[in-house]
Design a protein around this ligand. Structure first.
Ligand code: SF4
Length: 264
C-alpha cells in the first residue's frame, strides 16, 4: 500500500484481524497516542474499533502478499507491519519466520522492520538464522527499534545491536525527551508526535540527535518536528500540521539521509 511515511515507499500490513482491521498491544510511553489504534477506531478506514490492550483477537497472516514480494520487479523499500508490532508476544513465531523466508526470497526488495520488542526480534531471528544455516541476515532486511526516550533507548538499543544485520536503525519518534544515544546503529529516524493533543517535542532534542549522528558518521533522517514543536521554550509554529515540511525546519535539521545500500 502506498504511504505518506517519508522514509519508505510502501507499507505491507501482513498481519490483520480476521474480519477486518488491525490490533496491537501498547508497551511503552511512545504508544500512548498510537496512530494505528486511532485509525482502527474508524470503520471508514477499515478499522474494527478494538482497543490496543487486553487479549489478542483472532488474527491472520497475509501469505499472498509475502509470496508476491519475490515477483516484484521494481526495487522498493517496504515498511512491513506498520499497523502492529510483528514481534509482539501474541504473534506466532512461525509467522515471523514465514515473513523472513519471503524477504529472503526477494533480494531486490528492501524490508524495514520496526519493533518495540527487540528482545523477541533477537530470539526469533536467531532461531530463523540457525534453522536456515545462516550467520547473518540478508542485506535487504533492515531491523529497527523505536526509542522515544532515554529509558527505552538504554533498554532497546543494546539488544538491537546483537542482531546480525547489515542495517540496524532507530526510530526516535515520537521523540519525548532528550536522548543520549551512547551507541548508535547505522541509521536514525527522528521526529515529534503528530495528531490531536500531541506531546511537545523540543527542537533542541532533535538537534541533539542530529549532532550525535553527524559526530559518529551515522545517516540521519529528520521526519517531522511534530504538531507541538517547541524551540527555546516557545511554541514553534509551522504551516504543515505535523511539522513535516522540510522547508519549515531550522536549516541544520533539513536532513533526510538513508543508509548506504549494500546488496548481498
Ligand atoms: S507498538 Fe506501535 S502499533 Fe503497537 S501499540 Fe505501540 S505504537 Fe501502536
Amino acid at each position: 500500500m502506498s504511504t505518506n511515511i517519508e522514509w519508505t515507499d510502501q507499507t505491507d500490513n501482513i498481519i490483520r484481524v480476521k474480519g477486518g482491521g488491525w490490533w496491537c498491544q501498547k508497551v511503552s510511553e511512545g504508544c500512548a497516542k498510537c496512530y494505528s489504534e486511532k485509525l482502527n477506531q474508524n470503520s471508514f478506514f477499515g478499522g474494527n474499533k478494538l482497543p490496543y490492550s487486553g487479549l489478542a483477537p483472532e488474527l491472520e497472516l497475509d501469505t499472498e502478499t509475502i509470496r508476491k514480494w519475490g515477483f516484484q520487479r521494481k526495487s522498493k523499500n517496504h515498511f512491513v507491519a506498520s499497523m502492529t508490532d510483528v514481534f509482539g508476544e501474541w504473534v506466532p513465531r512461525h509467522w515471523q519466520h514465514e515473513m523472513l523466508d519471503g524477504m529472503f526470497a526477494a533480494p531486490k526488495q528492501t524490508f524495514q522492520i520496526l519493533t518495540k520488542r527487540p528482545e523477541i526480534m533477537l530470539s526469533s531471528m536467531d532461531e530463523w538464522l540457525s534453522c536456515r544455516g545462516l550467520d547473518k541476515l540478508p542485506s535487504n532486511i533492515w531491523v529497527g527499534t523505536s526509542t522515544e526516550n532515554q529509558q527505552t533507548a538504554d533498554k532497546r538499543i543494546p539488544i538491537l545491536l546483537q542482531i546480525p544485520a547489515v542495517v540496524r536503525f532507530l526510530s526516535c519518534e515520537p521523540l519525548l525527551g532528550e536522548i543520549d544515544l551512547k551507541i548508535i546503529p547505522n541509521w536514525v529516524i527522528c521526529g515529534g508526535e503528530s495528531g490531536p493533543n500531541s506531546r511537545p517535542c523540543h527542537i533542541e532534542w532533535i538537534n541533539s540527535i542530529v549532532q550525535q549522528c553527524q559526530q559518529s558518521n551515522t545517516k540521519v533522517f529528520v521526519k517531522q518536528l511534530g504538531a507541538n514543536a517547541k524551540f527555546g521554550g516557545q511554541q514553534f509554529q509551522t504551516r504543515d500540521k505535523k511539522g513535516g515540511d522540510i522547508e519549515e525546519f531550522p536549516e541544520q535539521l533539513r536532513i533526510r539521509e538513508f543508509p548506504v545500500l549494500v546488496r548481498d
